[in-house]
Design a binder for this molecule. Structure first.
Ligand code: ADP
Ligand code: MG
Length: 340
């Protein structure tokens, strides 16, 4: 029992700017474990592929030699095993199990923080493996020296090999990941639609996968092909509000359209009715205030209008707010609704 997920392979890991160093190091380690980078230490935020890449090393080693002794654990599992061993007087068996391996992978070692006894035991495990030329691979959400209450001797050992960070995928990589997953699931999705999803979900790969599953389920339910319009509907209700998620112009347009009971197409259209012009101008004004989009970009999102139209809308609403209590209240309500 090595607890490795056979789906986490190099073959289905998409390489991009944020992970290419980590990927290259992982490949080297899988080819020559215990030689060059020991320990190999991946760090970075959640859902960026640390576990996947780590297990890809194990899977590749097993592929090359089914008899190789690969062990993968989360740091919690290591801790629990250790505590159990103490309680049942089986520390010898515990040591044998953890030291009699060719490669030991411990995932999310930031959870070793403050666990003195576990750190002590891991220190000895580490030394034993290291001295015997066995490979150690570790992951954490941050650099070794930033892990709180991690013993200095562990911090320094973790830095002996190669600490390498994984950063969030850029747009091109996100599109490539989606394309790979769509192909694997035999989904027929236009490129434009994949780009749209990648543009909406910019946090991490796990979120990207979640969005794709949601879209897939939604298309099945509606018995419709996956188009950008369908994706838009599917992702609408999804909580995209991770901490770093910036409001999009589409978010604002949706809220404003709802608030004033006008259709999205009217909001972005050319009709000059007062009941539509005011909401349209408010939506432009809020897009300017609450997002970092440029004036031309905002104009474009409103049915391809010129940036001077956006400037005019912003000035207009800025003036009206001062004299019209209804508009003032609407803008305030909308800001509140958009900010949570
Ligand atoms: P972490 O351990 O950093 O939190 P995971 O390794 O669990 O992240 O990755 C989250 C999900 O995203 C997994 O399903 C994984 O297969 C997938 N994933 C992450 N990075 C990539 C990538 N570069 N290519 C393909 N899939 C990826
Ligand atoms: Mg992980």
């Amino acid at each position: 029992e090595n607890h490795i997920n056979p789906a986490y392979t190099f073959e289905n890991f998409v390489i991009g700017k944020g992970n290419q160093m980590a990927h290259a190091a992982a490949l080297v380690v899988s080819e020559e474990p215990g030689k060059l980078y020991n320990p190999l230490f991946f760090y970075g935020g959640v859902g960026l592929g640390k576990t996947h890449l780590m297990q890809a090393i194990g899977n590749r080693m097993l592929e090359d030699d089914p008899n190789v002794n690969v062990k993968y654990v989360t740091s919690e599992a290591f801790t629990n095993d250790f505590i159990n061993a103490i309680q049942t007087n089986q520390t010898e068996a515990f040591r044998k199990e953890y030291r009699n391996v060719d490669i030991l992978m411990v995932d999310d070692i930031q959870f070793f923080a403050e666990k003195e006894g576990t750190q002590e035991e891991f220190f000895h495990t580490f030394n034993d493996l290291y001295n015997n030329g066995k490979q150690i691979v570790l992951t954490s959400d941050r650099m070794p020296q930033e892990i709180p209450k991690l013993q200095e001797r562990l911090v320094s050992r973790f830095a002996w090999g190669l600490p390498v960070d994984i950063t969030p995928p850029d747009l091109e990589t996100r599109i490539a990941i989606l394309r790979a997953k769509a192909e694997a699931d035999q989904l027929d999705i236009p490129n434009e639609t994949l780009s749209y999803i990648a543009g909406q979900i910019d946090s991490n790969v796990r979120e990207l996968e979640g969005a794709l599953s949601r879209v897939q389920a939604y298309a099945k339910l509606r018995k419709e092909p996956i188009t950008t319009a369908l994706v838009y509907e599917a992702l609408r209700g999804m909580n995209l509000a991770n901490e770093h998620h910036e409001l999009s112009i589409a978010d604002i347009q949706n809220k404003v359209a709802d608030y004033f009971h006008v259709s999205l197409s009217d909001l972005k259209g050319k009709k000059r009715l007062k009941s539509i012009v005011m909401p349209r101008q408010i939506a432009m004004y809020l897009s300017r205030e609450l997002t970092s989009n440029s004036l031309p970009k905002i104009g474009k999102e409103f049915g391809g209008k010129d940036h001077t139209t956006v400037i005019h809308a912003c000035e207009k609403i800025g003036e009206v707010i001062k004299v019209d209590a209804d508009v003032q209240k609407a803008v305030k309500d909308l800001k509140n609704a958009l900010n949570n």
